[in-house]
Design a protein around this ligand. Structure first.
Ligand code: PRT
Ligand code: ZN
Length: 289
């Protein structure tokens, strides 16, 4: 398939919240990576890629320098590091927000609340940009981790950190008061990839799209009275248009289509009201559109 000796070098997080999902995505794209914990690099057997396992903090720099060609990491880390890399595609996992939080008993009065305050964070660049944009002067205390304990030990008045469920803030007596940004995993790329590497990246992106489409859609089949077909097909646009097949029973047909996961329950309710019966919903393995 590839008449090339070049391999696309993909940086993924070595161990952390992104590791499993990043490797899982490559696997779903049909890329077989020989396993083995503790490895620093591995080459796929059936696709021209090599995977480098790195700390997520280092990935933007390595991609900028071309040590890796592409990388998978959180948008928050890309924004913080301010490296010259291309953000190619959002990947839909590791969703979180980055928020400002203050002790739960304090009254929050808006962004000016932070004027002159000390804020602990591991993301000083994003925070500095935010307060500059709002014209609020703050003192940023950069710390490497366990940001949430900073107020209780007297290091800071507030924190700026990643929030997912909110339970870390809660158990540390803090409340989130401002969302500064939302983040999810993204694929970034070096800006000067060779034509051969760009071709491999295109193939990879094509596969990622098929995997994502599949996970965001369901295949649906149902039986309907012929009189209800126009109304039902209007609700089930499908990939091009729904497939309609005759049934042995007169006056009825089968309808096959694809529905978006997020609209799914709403559509089921409405087609049932229109007389649909025998509804089957089937997961899609890959979806090429
Ligand atoms: O070792 P390395 O440097 O590679 O990893 P890391 O420790 O820097 O990162 P890691 O593995 O913790 O997170 C990697 C990425 O996952 C982050 O950059 C985010 O893009 C994303 N992500 C998604 C999260 C969270 N959700 C998350 N909840 N990263 C961190 N957290 C932490 C947060 O810092 C806080 O301590 O979880 C806590 C809050 O969680 P809740 O659920 O209590 O609100
Ligand atoms: Zn990190």
């Amino acid at each position: 398939m590839f008449d090339t000796r070049e391999k696309l070098k993909i940086a993924v997080q070595k161990s952390g919240r992104l590791s499993e999902k990043s490797l899982g995505l490559l696997k779903e794209c049909g890329i077989n990576l020989p396993g083995g914990n503790g490895k620093l690099r591995t080459e796929a057997e059936n696709f021209p890629v090599e995977v480098l396992f790195l700390r997520d903090d280092d990935i933007p720099q390595y991609v900028e320098q071309g040590v890796a060609d592409v990388g998978i990491l959180g948008e928050n880390e890309v924004l913080e590091k301010k490296k010259n890399v291309a953000a190619v595609r959002k990947l839909g996992f590791a969703g979180c927000r980055m928020s400002l939080a203050i002790p739960k008993d304090e009254e929050y009065t808006g962004i000016s609340f932070f004027e002159g305050k000390r804020i602990a964070t591991s993301y000083p660049a994003i925070l500095d940009d935010f307060f500059r944009r709002h014209g609020v002067g703050v003192q940023i205390e950069e710390i490497g981790g366990s940001v949430e304990i900073a107020p209780s030990i007297g290091l800071a008045d507030a924190v700026f950190d990643i929030v997912s469920t909110g339970s870390t803030l809660l158990t540390n007596g803090l409340k989130a008061v401002e969302t500064v940004l939302k983040s999810e995993a993204v694929l970034i790329a070096n800006r000067k990839l060779t034509k051969e590497k760009l071709d491999i990246l295109d193939k990879l992106l094509f596969r990622i799209k098929a995997v994502k489409n599949a996970s965001e859609n369901k295949y649906i089949t149902l039986n309907a009275p012929l009189s209800a077909v126009p109304a039902i097909t209007a609700l089930l646009p499908g990939m091009k248009s729904p497939t309609i097949v005759p049934l042995a029973e007169e006056g009825w047909c089968g309808i096959h289509s694809v529905v978006k996961e997020d609209k799914f329950w709403d559509i089921i309710d409405r087609i049932q009201e229109l007389g649909a019966e025998g509804i089957l919903v089937i997961p899609i393995e890959k979806m090429i559109v």
